[in-house]
Design a protein around this ligand. Sequence first.
Ligand code: HEM
Length: 285
Amino acid sequence: MDSHGKEDLIEPTRHSVTYGSYLKVRELLSLQTPLTVPEQHDEVLFIIIHQVYELWFKQILHEAKKAAAAIDADNLMLFNRTAHRIQSIQTILTHQVGILETMTPSDFNTFRDRLNPASGFQSWQFRELEFYLGYKDAAYMKFHKNDPSAFAALETALAAPSVYDRFLRLLKRRGFAIPDDVISRTISDNYQANDQVCQEIVKIYKQSDKYYDLYSALEAMIDLDEGVLLWRQRHVAMVERMIGNRRGTGGSSGVSYLSKTLSKRFFPDIWDARNYIGDSEYGRK
Ligand code: HEM
């Protein structure tokens, strides 16, 4: 008779590590505390989905730090593998917006007022990721001024070279003509697209066989940038169907503000390089 492998099951002893103790499942399941009384059904979904996002943001930051160290160590193979993992997570982040979209605007309005003034603006991990990848805007720090540990994490990310800064240093080490003022720029300022850097990137694209590891790294970086962009697009579309053009709980103009963030790029020169790749004159800048 087919035992379905049951003879392999080992009963845990009183002292062994268990699924629940290792993963702290009980603690995890006690962390969803809706504010509505009586409890509104969809508030639990709203809490869980945000918590899941924050867990994935934590993992992405963990991976982004590894990816940055790989660039510093000239290990582009490791950088590419790590970026690929981040990209897989990003796909899930974008896709799971659809779960929230099963909630109607009227469902949302059964608890929205209770959230005020909490807002995605206060997601320090999201902002940390923006800073760490390469888009720095110190104006967002004000949303964290009452949260010392979040503020400190963001100050550290602002002061650290971004993934892009590190990549440009690597290009310089490899003999590419990256201008000195780009390398010695004030790290906490937002990076400004640079024509000379763009042309060095175009060289890599045009000789992809010769520079294969750099070429692959550039494509991995575009994947990451596009991954965040796709999330932003999906988020803003979901926000519009949920609250129309009303203001956000964080005080912004809502959809109008979020639409402006769609032009943010972590690696602007890699995008600009697209205008010069290929032999055709059509559509050239
Ligand atoms: C009903 C669902 C949601 C609505 C209506 C909504 C609405 C908004 C609005 C209006 C903003 C602009 C800031 C403000 O004025 O508050 C915003 C920002 C943001 N939201 Fe959401 N959101 C929703 C779900 C989510 C989820 C599930 C996440 C996942 C973490 C999220 C993350 C963020 C982040 C990170 C920002 C800052 C974006 C930036 O500044 O670029 N939101 N959201």
